[in-house]
Design a protein around this ligand. Structure first.
Ligand SMILES: Nc1ncnc2c1ncn2[C@@H]1O[C@H](COP(=O)(O)OP(=O)(O)OP(=O)(O)O)[C@@H](O)[C@H]1O
Length: 614
């Protein structure tokens, strides 16, 4: 095998490997049948606006349709009477009438479009609001299972595809039906033979426009799915750019991106080629209609069954006739797509949070901070214990350190205490209240948490600290920052507290981000405070500085500290050593050292490590 083909194979293998890393849920089956349930649910969103606006829209619609239908009649009258009798005054009146009708039709359409758009936009607004507020309340389990991209697609793309239908589709459907029925009636009254002859082309036109349109829609749908895949991939690559560059994996990512891009390009080409076949088909079918009209129509004129004016009016009606048929076909495919989109949207809205509030849930009164874990068992996935037989009593105001190897269940205890997940068995009580009996808001607002991954939102430094308590004054924000020694670095920034930090706080160091989250927690002033690996990214000098601040932060609160650096938890009232989801040892630093057990081993290992690494 040549060196070049070797290289190619390697690159293909690398792409395959990267591919297996980026498995995105396509969310995909967009080919749903007509479904009344979905129509009714979307209808419910329209109801609040319907009474107010639908009468106006209906009137505008009828006025628009009638004025449109009257014009060819006037045209026929002008040809057969005014022109034939050379009556210029009558002709002038007819032309003025036609102009008047155009103006009324234009006004009616304008208002109708404005009002329909208004309803459509409001429905979309409400739906997006509902979706967003619902997603915010869903439990951690929901997010564990889904990539952020899939959630984004539902809130943006699927809602947009419903928007198409709501803003134009529904009303167009009614107008088209009225227009079609009107034209058919007029044609049959004028001359039923010619009317029927022309209508031979209707089924062909309808079939073509529904079938081809549907294929085109599906093809665009594929493009949409491919594009959202690219977006998800992009999102992940941008988030992980530092890791990618650190591991020099840019080429592998680029190869995979190229594959996706190619896929997208192919799908786009296919959809666009299909699109181009549509118009010629419609034009040919339309031409057949005109051909029949002039052939059979002229014959009828010669036999004096119809006048020239009526033949011209037929011509005008025919061109109005294809429009609604064509649009109805388009609507049909649009509707099927919207059905599938709304099904996905409502699937989300129907998703019940795993951690749900009981009907009888009461607000948790202001707590002291006594916490009791009793017989706790927990599984993230059925059959895989994350915690087993956890019994723990924590007195108000005391500090508990959770230590143990990675994956031993420390964060899980915290997740259960904040009720991000519900226990599989046992109960957690705060001041005697089972946390499942109280409202989530009252629980979480009394439990502060500084997470391992300190999240910084886009906004100013001040906004980020104030996230802990939105009604805090500027002085309170600054006092909190001072207490945790964050003030010094903040005032050194170009705009001090008003410095803009982007999402995830890229302009701040890890330590600074943690200090900000300390300030945020202090401002919230919770009775129970959780520090998850909170001092992991702070250098020794800063650590010494904030140990003091931590004492202020923790004073009088029940606190849980998860720290891998055991030096930071030496002074905890109680140290709980976890191993494979179970409590192995429990006591203060001196007691556990004297025991010469797991904790002693961890301390020794860390001491050795520090010595070896200097
Ligand atoms: N969202 C999740 N879904 C499924 N399993 C999980 C989830 N989170 C944690 N686990 C599993 O539960 C066990 C306990 O995890 P936990 O995060 O509590 O460990 P930890 O002691 O905090 O570890 P670390 O010190 O590394 O943060 C681990 O085996 C982990 O794989």
């Amino acid at each position: 095998m040549s060196a070049q083909s070797n290289k190619k194979t390697e690159s293909a293998e690398a792409t395959e490997q990267v591919k297996s890393r980026f498995v995105y849920q396509d969310d995909e089956d967009m080919d749903k049948g007509f479904d009344w349930v979905q129509v009714k649910r979307v209808g419910k969103y329209m109801r609040p606006y319907a009474r107010q606006m639908v009468p106006i829209i209906l009137v505008m619609m009828v006025v628009g349709a009638i004025t449109k239908l009257l014009n060819p009649m006037l045209l026929a009258y002008a040809i057969d009477h005014a022109i034939k009798e050379k009556d210029s005054t009558q002709l002038l009146y007819i032309v003025a009438g036609m102009l008047g009708l155009y103006i009324v039709q234009w006004l009616a359409n304008n208002y109708r479009i404005r009002y329909t758009n208004l309803i459509g936009q409001r429905v979309i607004y409400d739906l997006r609001d509902d979706l967003f507020s619902h997603v915010q309340q869903l439990s951690f389990r929901f997010f564990d299972k889904r990539p952020a991209g899939a959630i984004l697609v539902r809130i943006t793309n699927y809602v947009n595809s419903l928007q198409d239908l709501l803003t134009n589709g529904v009303v167009n459907l009614m107008i088209d039906c009225v227009q079609l029925i009107g034209i058919i009636a007029i044609l049959l009254v004028y001359n039923w033979k010619l009317g029927l002859a022309i209508m031979v082309t209707v089924p062909i036109m309808f079939l073509v426009s529904t079938k081809v349109r549907l294929r085109i829609r599906r093809a665009w749908q594929v493009v949409q799915v491919r594009t959202s895949r690219i977006n998800s991939h992009l999102n992940e690559c941008i988030q992980g750019i530092k890791v990618t560059q650190a591991y020099a994996q840019e080429q592998a990512n680029m190869d995979y991106f190229e594959e996706m891009n190619k896929d997208n390009h192919k799908a786009w080409n296919r959809a666009s080629t299909l699109n181009q076949t549509f118009n010629p088909i419609i034009e040919v079918t339309g031409a057949i209609g005109y051909f029949i009209l002039f052939l059979f129509g002229s014959y009828l004129v010669m036999r004096q069954e119809i006048t020239v004016g009526i033949l011209v009016a037929f011509g005008a009606y025919i061109s109005q006739f294809w429009e609604p048929i064509n649009r109805l076909g388009q609507m049909y495919s649009q509707m099927l797509i919207a059905m599938a989109s709304s099904e996905r949207i409502f699937e989300f809205i129907d998703e019940q949070p795993n951690v749900a509030e009981r009907q009888s849930a009461r607000p948790l009164p202001a707590i002291q901070g006594n916490i009791e874990f009793k017989g706790i068992e927990f599984e993230y996935e059925p059959g895989r214990h994350a915690l087993k037989r956890i019994d723990l009593n924590v007195k108000a105001g005391s500090s508990i350190a959770l230590v143990g190897h990675t994956g031993s269940g420390k964060s899980t205890i915290i997740n259960l205490l904040c009720r991000f997940y519900d226990v599989t068995a046992g109960s957690i009580r705060i001041d005697g209240h089972d946390i499942r009996d109280v409202t989530l808001h009252s629980l979480r607002s009394q439990v502060g948490i500084v997470l391992q991954d300190t999240f910084i939102f886009s906004g100013t430094i001040r906004d980020n600290i104030r996230f802990g308590r939105l009604d805090a004054t500027d002085e309170e924000v600054e006092a909190a920052a001072k207490a945790v020694r964050a003030h010094e670095f903040i005032v050194d920034l170009p705009q001090g507290y008003e410095t803009e930090v982007q999402e995830r706080g890229n302009v701040l160091s890890m330590g600074q981000r943690q200090l900000l989250s300390f300030a945020r927690a202090l401002l919230a002033d919770p009775r129970v405070l959780i520090l998850d690996e909170a001092t992991a990214s702070i250098d020794t000098e800063t650590e010494v500085k904030i140990q003091e601040a931590l004492q202020t932060l923790l004073a009088g609160r029940t606190s849980f500290i998860i720290a891998h650096r055991l030096s930071t938890i030496r002074h905890a009232d109680e140290i709980v050593v976890l191993d494979h989801g179970e409590i192995k040892e429990q006591g203060n630093h001196e007691e556990l050292i004297a025991k010469q057990g797991v904790y002693h081993g961890l301390i020794q290992a860390q001491y050795r490590f520090l010595q070896e690494t200097g």
